[in-house]
Design a protein around this ligand. Structure first.
Ligand code: CUA
Length: 340
């Protein structure tokens, strides 16, 4: 009975698994469905083994316990039993075969995906400490943090990293795959429905590993094509955001591109105003943007972006803080970078 508090604690931990947009138990694509089947199968086999072992164990405890009138303390000793030895060798072999057949089948399915990838949309994913860059080489666009994909289409993710090892994980669509500097891993995923999912970095990569989140939006084919076209159409900057645009060019453009294909040391901010999150973790509003621009390291420790506020946690040598009004102007400009 002393284990009851432990069980309670485990149940509490499991309550964290309720978010349907980031759950391997609520698959939203074919790969995640196959993987959930394997999880259920191996869990079922484990449960069967545990139940059988415990039933035999309890039976032996009760059946062979010392009764009134038993004289011998040590019962009759048995040595060697061919029947028992054959049973406990053959039964695990059968159980492992049951597990191995679908596992090998799904593993070769991955190879099949690779051979039959003519229709797949290639998306190059580069993981950086602590953000995600997504390039669409055949469409001529690149973006960051919000990954947009067409629904019902196989996506060929070409996974790599710029600095250290990270891991690309969208639990609703399928298990994780490492992103390694200097190497490209290819992994095929597909979303069944129009939806939004959460993605995470699944490899310990530094101080802000747990904050290295991203979004995946699956759109229908027409909406996806529209998104691509919009990403290629430069946003018009209204007159009252021109001051912010100039400040952005002077302070931010060396790292943050704001065009269809641009890549830089920081995330491409083309279409930024239409993204759901700021820095992958904060709700998209002015306060989040102000906090981030002023002191990124206080939100994501180890982030490489210089702080533009007064008294940041880790001042970058030689940097000159911007005034409150200048930061407000930059925010106003950023919020004009929409995708319709
Ligand atoms: Cu990137 Cu953990």
């Amino acid at each position: 009975w002393r284990f009851i508090p432990l069980f309670g604690l485990m149940m509490l931990l499991l309550t964290g698994c309720g978010d349907e947009t980031i759950s391997a138990l609520r698959p939203r694509g074919p790969v995640a469905r196959d993987q959930l089947f394997l999880m259920k199968l191996s869990f079922g086999i484990m449960l069967l083994v545990v139940v059988v072992v415990f039933v035999i164990y309890l039976y032996v405890l009760v059946r062979f316990r010392k009764k009134k009138g038993d004289k011998d303390i040590i019962p009759k000793q048995v040595e060697g039993s061919h029947t028992l030895e054959i049973i406990w060798t053959v039964v695990p072999i059968i159980l492992l075969l049951i597990l191995a057949v679908p596992t090998v089948k799904y593993t070769f399915q991955l190879l099949e995906d690779h051979r039959d990838n003519k229709d797949a949309l290639p998306v190059k994913v580069t993981a950086h400490a602590f953000w995600w860059q997504f390039e669409y080489p055949t469409l001529g666009i690149s973006t960051a943090q919000d990954l947009v994909i067409p629904t019902g289409k196989k996506i060929a993710f070409e996974l790599t990293a710029s600095d250290v090892k990270h891991s690309f994980w969208v639990p609703s669509l399928g298990g994780k795959m490492d992103t390694n500097p200097g190497l490209t891993n290819v992994y095929y995923l597909q979303a069944d429905e129009i939806d939004t999912f959460k993605g995470k970095c699944a490899e310990l990569c530094g101080a802000s590993h747990s904050l290295m989140d991203f979004k995946v939006k699956s759109l229908d084919a027409a909406a996806f094509d529209q998104w691509v076209a919009d990403m290629k159409t430069p946003s018009t900057v209204p007159a009252d955001a021109k001051a912010g645009e100039t400040l952005f060019k002077d302070n931010c453009l060396s790292c943050h591109a704001v065009n269809a294909q641009g890549l830089g040391a920081g995330p491409n901010l083309n279409g930024f105003a239409s993204r759901e999150l700021v820095a992958g973790i904060l709700p998209h509003n002015e306060q989040s943007l102000r906090d981030w621009i002023k002191d990124p390291q206080s939100i994501k420790p180890g982030a490489k972006m210089p702080a533009f506020g007064e008294n940041p946690l880790e001042p970058i040598p030689g940097s000159k803080p911007l005034q409150e009004q200048q930061i407000n102007d930059i925010i106003k400009y950023l919020n004009t970078l929409t995708v319709k």
